[in-house]
Design a protein around this ligand. Structure first.
Ligand code: FAD
Length: 480
């Protein structure tokens, strides 16, 4: 029995000194290092805390926590951000510590963490956008939607992106919720819908001066295959001063019977799209959001200054195959003029250490039930890094709870192998000796207070600090 346990020693346990089994059975604390303080990090932590021996250290790359809740969720979705209240309660528990401004992979290696913790959970999200790989993708004013979102939400490296808004036409490639978020932000009447949100001030100013009138949302497949959800589409249709346009011919091959047989959420979404296609009396608003189906971008065309001026689209036909609906280009082509082009075709996880296996096709860390392939026990992943960048927070929550259950089960099954580990007591002094400024949760609360104060002067819930130096300065000034 003992031998069989020892024979499944993982990479992790090759660092474990020879300790007697008796000592292992009486382990007092199980130290877990979580990388990333987004929803996956916090929900995984919440579920792991069910084992009273578990102590958690959360490491975050930015000086501020909460991942895409701060840097992704649109500013006009303020109520979605209420989840940070529950994350804050978790962070304030005695058995949890937060260490911000630490880039795992750069400031500390994964190996160092694996030596210092009984388990490490990679919850670092999916931060790289997928490319179209077509001609013209490097032109000026061709941007990933990820960076546009980062700009209006205050991600430090995107804050001076300065997207070109002195154009009437914007093309967005993609039919997911992120594409709809970008369209809504571009077409919103700033003073009615954005002014009192936590949108960054630089974005508010630029959007106020924006000349954007038409946004084309281009998807390669049809109305039955869109990835956006009904809530986001409805929001778009209700934007003051803006018509949402769907063309009836996109429904010509979709029968009432097909729609009736769809699962309920897809049926309701399709019915809403169909009702938009049947809309006879557009309000003749001066702004328009046009949904274009079965179109693939073939080439992005620039002017003599190297700035995007149009996009060549190929018209697709849909082909039903066993593993889903595929597209095939027809001979038909179209040209759409635009002065800003955003690609919004998904996110992929990056590898923060050469030992982490990434699935190239899906863009996720190769894993089974959260256990990272190649590591028997000790290294796990959760959230978008593990499942791929799809769905909403509730999906991330459920998946994180499930993965935490598997981790706790592994602790139970491998109990004789568990030994006391130093956790942050070894990592933090090492970081400080390297000159890394470590931001605690207390420090974040100072930044939080400052941002809220700045926001209240502008009638906003907060005015985000948008560069890392200012965040650190805010912490240091308070301490003086
Ligand atoms: P993330 O939220 O990305 O968290 C990952 C964390 O890891 C980040 O804090 C990051 O800084 C940190 N990190 C990365 N690399 C390192 C490193 N090397 N070292 C240390 N830390 C690191 N869902 C909704 O329900 N409603 C919405 O309105 C909504 N809007 C969205 C809008 C956008 C633009 C996007 C992209 C997503 C949206 N979602 C929304 C989905 C939701 O944000 C995700 O389900 C959720 O954030 C995924 O959680 P995560 O923890 O896996 O990733």
């Amino acid at each position: 029995m003992i031998n069989s346990f020892l024979s499944v020693r993982s990479n992790l346990f090759s660092y474990v000194p020879n300790v007697t089994l008796a000592c292992k059975r009486y382990i007092q604390t199980i130290k877990v290092g979580i990388i990333g303080s987004g929803p996956a990090g916090f929900y995984t932590a919440q579920a792991l805390l069910k084992d009273s021996r578990v102590l958690i250290d959360i490491y975050e790359k930015y000086p501020v926590p909460f991942g895409l809740i701060r840097f992704g969720v649109a500013p006009d979705h303020q109520s979605v951000k209420n989840v940070i209240n529950s994350f804050t309660n978790t962070a304030l528990q005695d058995r949890v510590s937060f260490y911000g401004n630490i880039n795992i992979g750069q400031d500390v290696t994964l190996n160092q963490l694996l030596k210092s913790y009984n388990a490490v959970v990679l919850c670092y999200g999916a931060t790289e956008d997928r490319k179209l790989n077509i001609e013209g993708e490097d032109l000026i004013n061709v941007l990933p939607a990820r960076r546009f979102v980062g700009w209006y939400n205050g991600i430090p490296q995107d804050s001076d992106l300065n997207p070109f808004l002195q154009t009437e036409d914007v093309v967005i490639i993609g039919h997911g919720n992120v594409a709809l978020d970008c369209a809504r932000i571009l077409l919103s009447p700033v003073d009615e819908t954005l002014k009192s949100t936590d949108i960054t001030n630089h974005a508010l100013t630029a959007l106020r001066e924006s000349k954007v009138k038409r946004v084309y949302l281009v998807g390669r497949r049809g109305p039955l295959q869109v990835s956006f959800t009904i809530k986001e589409l409805r929001e778009l249709t209700k934007l003051p001063g803006c018509d949402t346009i769907v063309f009836p011919e996109d429904f010509k091959n979709i029968t009432a019977e097909t729609i009736n047989e769809l699962p309920r959420p897809r049926k309701r979404l399709t019915e809403l799209l169909l009702s938009l296609a049947n809309e006879k009396n557009l309000n003749n608003n001066h702004k328009r959001c046009v949904l274009m189906f079965c179109r693939s971008p073939l080439q992005i065309v620039g002017d003599k200054h190297g700035k995007v001026s149009s996009v060549n689209l190929g018209v697709n036909r849909l082909i039903q195959q066993e593993d889903g609906v595929k597209t095939e280009l027809t001979d038909e082509k179209e040209i759409l003029k635009c002065g800003l082009f955003l690609r919004s075709i998904g996110y992929r996880a990056v590898s923060i250490d050469p030992s982490i296996p990434l699935n190239d096709k899906t863009g996720v860390i190769s894993n089974t039930n959260g256990k990272v392939h190649g590591f028997d026990f000790g290294l796990y992943c959760s959230g978008w890094a593990a499942t791929g960048a799809t769905g909403v927070i509730i999906g991330t929550m459920n998946a994180s709870f499930e993965i935490a259950e598997h981790i706790l089960k592994d602790f139970g099954q491998n109990e004789p192998l568990l030994v006391e580990k130093p956790g942050a007591t070894e990592i933090i002094p090492h970081l400080k000796s390297k000159g890394v400024k470590v931001v605690t949760f207390n420090d974040w609360q100072r930044i939080d207070e400052l941002e809220k104060n700045l926001g209240s002067q502008l009638g906003k819930p907060r005015e985000k600090l948008v560069n890392q130096k200012d965040m650190i300065k805010a912490v240091d000034e308070e301490k003086d």
